[in-house]
Design a protein around this ligand. Sequence first.
Ligand code: SF4
Length: 299
Amino acid sequence: MQKLYKTYSDFLSEHFSGKIQKIAVNMGMSCPNRDGTIGKGGCTYCNNLSFVPEYCRPDLTVAEQLEQGKLFFGRKYPQMRYLAYFQAYSNTYAPLEVLKKHYEEALMVDKIVGLVIATRPDCVSEELLDYLGELSQRCFVMVEYGVESCTDRTLKRINRGHDFACSVKAIKCTAKRKIHVGVHLILGLPGESRKEMLNQADEISALPVDVVKLHQLQILKGTRMEKDYQESSSDFHLFSPEEYARLVVEFLQKLRSGIAVERFTNQSPPHLLATEGWGLKNHEFVHILIRVANESQGS
Ligand code: SF4
């Protein structure tokens, strides 16, 4: 049977031998869509508390955070090597000299073999990409863009502060410098049809993207989306795991086979969720996905 998708491990094994783990670090950055530079209040679904691991404390230096992460992961696999994952908020939103200091501090830490930098597509300059392009000649560098949707109507509705053309430009400018490109998409954003969600697989496949992260829409407490949901819940369709798995199977059938999928779900802590969560880890969802894919092939 043909493989359902290229895994993130498949992708990493093209670049490294041995086990690689990402360690999230928090530089205490802000976000231009929160501080008024681009917008105020942020994306309507955003509650950054939901994606910062507990060990990730901006009061510690980047090196200290990485050492803590290494202690956490290294017990089980002493030979493990790591990628520093600049995850929370927009990790390119600072003067270049400040960013360089943080990135290079990470690379000085023993067993850190590369960087993964999460950011917004409207938050990268040519100057920064030139620097990351040079850096990627000596270590692994990936920029992970929050694209979230390929539909401008949706991007406006969720107050992203950029359009899809902006994502396309950032992805192309990044890949042109031989920097790896990751893309984050949310499936199930309000007002989006199933067809529009699936079309995104074609849009992304046409771009020089290496890795995609998908996740189901979750509505978090204290967000603007929570209010939107309370006012007009009929605009939202919150998937069951089975339904979402069926959508993802179709998405994968359309996605270019060379693009790896790093994850399919995100499970925010239950106390942050405004609606009922699935209580499923990504690997548990993958079991459902494989079963649904097999059923759809009649095997
Ligand atoms: S760009 Fe990221 S950090 Fe900024 S408001 Fe949107 S989701 Fe939150």
